[in-house]
Structures are given as structure tokens and as C-alpha cells.
Design a protein. Sequence first.
Length: 346
Amino acid sequence: MNSIDLRSDTVTKPDAAMRRAMAEAEVGDDVYGEDPTVRRLEEESAAALGFEAALFVPSGIMGNQIGLRLLAPRGSELLCDERAHVLLYELGAVSALSGIQPRPLASDDGLPALESFRRAYVARGGYRVPTGALALENTHNVAGGRAFARARLEPVLAFAREAGVPVHLDGARIFNAAAALGTSAAELARGFDTVMFCFSKGLGAPVGSVLCASAARVAEAREIRRQLGGAMRQVGVLAAAALVALREGPARLPADHARARRLAEALAVLPGVEIDPATVETNIGILRVVPDGPGDAAAAARWIAAARASGVLMSPLDAERVRFVTHRDLSDADLDEAIRRLRGLR
């Protein structure tokens, strides 16, 4: 029985166009700035988001961490959502690598209210840890792939400008957000000081992310990337696949979103499972498995194990919640089969 993998959109395999581009890539030593494919990728990435420059990095975590180090001084605070990827899933890197203290803020949907940022902000010059930077996430992973429109972002950005605090955007899936909202990635990125997005998530490349910023910040980012061990040599073989993903991937995202919504609708009628399909805006959905009773800490684990036994793979978020993610390697037929198998769970 073949497995249908809904754990993440990072599980996709490079397609024929990517493999061909990788095999034929023109390369050079990127540490010397001599890889033409990397340069082309960085130029097109910066243009796609409306920035002066961009830096190709091996992973989204590295891109986020370089961006935050550029913005927040050591010994300052980073204000972010309490479920932010930079807080929960980067192994404390913001503190361990850059000496920045994260301060989580509560939210209903992954974007803290403006007043939460206002109350948490601390100016320099006193006894308290000053605010060094803000970080937002769009789409928001743990909030179920929620996409935040410009109207939601602008008040926070305006406050940051007023306070003189820079803002980083973890835009790992910013093209998913743009597709869901009917706008451009550049429009969603406007006003941020640094933006990271991934080629290896919704866009379908095998590896790589990019950090977009001003030319001056990207020059500094190159030094930090080297310090972190992220400088690479003939990396055009990877950048070539990322170029295909950047040029062709965004147009395919609405199909992923439609499949995620259809899966949510199918799951919503199953006994013992709770999910509101209306909250599935992009390619991520989060369902709650109803516990057997008080103290049941294994509801999600049991459901995931049963799904795996049927050949459907999903990821746990906590004791009750399960995440599924649709992606380019999941066809309509695969989705139909996944729904059929999940309907048979007991």
C-alpha cells in the first residue's frame, strides 16, 4: 500500500524540469560571488518581493536567524506571536546564536493585536530589556496556514515605524498567502526590513530559502551566513531548481489550497474529529481529535497512528491537534484515496 504523505509540503520531490535545470546549471564559486545561477536567483527573488537585494541560504531557519541578527542588537527583545516558528521550531537559535531575548505575545489567529505590541514595547535607556525588533509570520504555520492581508499588517508596521523598531517577516509561505488573498508577494512584503521565504515548501524545490533586504543589509548578511557555515561553492545546481520553483510554483498554489479545503470538509463530518473548513485558507489544516476523557494525553497520537496504519501520514502539534499539509506531489486522485482511507478509521 502506497503512503499518502500529508506531513508537510517539504516532502515533495524535484520534478523533471528541476532535475534538468540542475543538471544543466551554469555554476561558479559562490563564495567568490561567481555563480551566475545563484546571482540570477537572488536578483529574481529580490524583484519578486520588491527589495534591493537577496541572499540564497540553505534553510528557512538560517534565513530567519540572519534576518533577526541584522535587526535586533544583542541583549534586546524580539516581540513575536507565542506560536511563531522563530520561537517554537528553531531550537532557541535567536537566543543561542544572537543573544536576543524573545518575548511571546498571545493572539487568536497568529497575529497579535496592535495593542499587544504597544503594551510590550520597551524603549531603550531604562532598566528593562529594550525592544530590538518585531517578527511576524505570513502564512502562520501553527495557526493553520492563516494568511494576513495588508490591512492586518499595516497597523503593526506603522507602529514599528513610529517607534523606530525594525520588523522581520517569516514569509516561508508568503506566496501561499499572496495566492489566498489575491495579491502579490511584494505587496505583502512591503514595509518590512527583512523577509525570508522558502523555495522548499509550497514552491516545491528540493532545498533552499532566501533572505530579502536592502543591499547594505544583504552585504552584512553574507558575512553572517559565512559565520554560520552557510556559505556554499558551486551551489548553482541547487539554485537552478529554486529558480524553476520561483518561476512556476506560485501558479500551482491555488490547487493546493482547494485540496486542503476539500480534505477539511471531509474530515469535519468524521466522528471524534473537529475542524472548521472555513479556517483553512491555504495549504495547511489543523484538526482536533476529541479526547476519550479528562487526562487523555494521547488522542492525537492514537489518531495519527491509525492514519499511518491506513497509509496516510500527518504530523502532531500537541496532545489533541494534528496538522495536514497539501502540496504539489498530491494529486486529486491521491486526495480522494486519502479521504477514503480516513473515513475508515475507528
